[in-house]
Design a protein around this ligand. Structure first.
Ligand code: ATP
Length: 207
């Protein structure tokens, strides 16, 4: 019997924007995943600094942005662990929870490909799940050639087989934060409920 496919989408989501939700929708369709789980990181090991918004605010904004899609859900498992948030630990947590009849996909944007080699125990991560790279607007198409030597041919082939042709959306949380601090219009960048939450809680204002 074919395995169930579960897609995990980790990130800082500070705040979650329409780029995140649109590529996740496209990835779920392409993978034929029954569920996409959004997983806010307590602190990304590679970012090295804590997010602007609190854990609770980021979690709440993700809930608001994802509640209209029945395939989307949210997990606070990384927020409950001490920082830094290692993807490998999270994938193992879901493998245990979902059982042997599920294949776990971990979604990442193409901007993360250069840094892949710095990820905690990256070889093991590539081996135990499907690391699926999504196209990202403003970044080159994913290429793994430079990792051949460090990761080996089989792992690089596995990464290549799992590139996902998502829509190219040139949008980042950094840009959203800058626009919010400058008082610019962000209505085409955020789910309306997320924007309303940000306004009501006075988030991302200029200090
Ligand atoms: P920041 O600007 O604060 O670094 P970000 O917009 O890159 O944030 P993250 O929460 O760090 O958002 O990203 C989570 C995941 O989503 C990462 O794998 C990232 O590559 C991916 N991602 C973010 N925005 C896009 C986008 N527009 N298209 C494709 N992938 C994206």
């Amino acid at each position: 019997m074919a395995k169930r496919k579960i897609a995990l989408f980790g990130g800082t989501f500070d705040p979650i924007h329409l780029g995140h939700t649109r590529v996740a929708e496209a990835a779920a369709r392409q993978i034929e995943a029954e569920n996409v789980v959004f997983i806010p990181a307590k602190c990304s090991p590679l970012k090295g600094f804590f997010p602007n918004a609190t854990d609770d605010d980021r979690l709440r904004m993700i809930e608001l942005a994802t509640r209209s899609n029945e395939r989307f859900s949210v997990s606070d498992c990384e927020l409950r662990r001490p920082a830094p948030s290692y993807t490998l630990d999270t994938v193992k947590h879901f493998q245990k929870e979902c059982g042997d009849d599920a294949s776990i996909y971990w979604l990442i944007g193409a901007d993360s490909v250069d840094d892949l080699i710095l990820w905690h125990r990256i070889e093991e991560l590539i081996d135990i799940c499907y690391l699926a790279v999504m196209v990202r607007g403003g970044y080159a198409a994913p290429s793994f050639d430079r990792h051949l030597h460090a990761l080996g041919r089989d792992r690089v082939e596995k990464l290549r087989r799992n590139v996902i042709e998502t829509p190219s959306i040139d949008l980042s949380s950094t840009h959203v934060r800058h626009c919010l601090a400058a008082g610019e219009d962000v209505r085409d960048m955020l789910c309306p409920d997320v924007l309303d939450y940000i306004r009501r809680h006075g988030l991302y204002r200029r200090n």
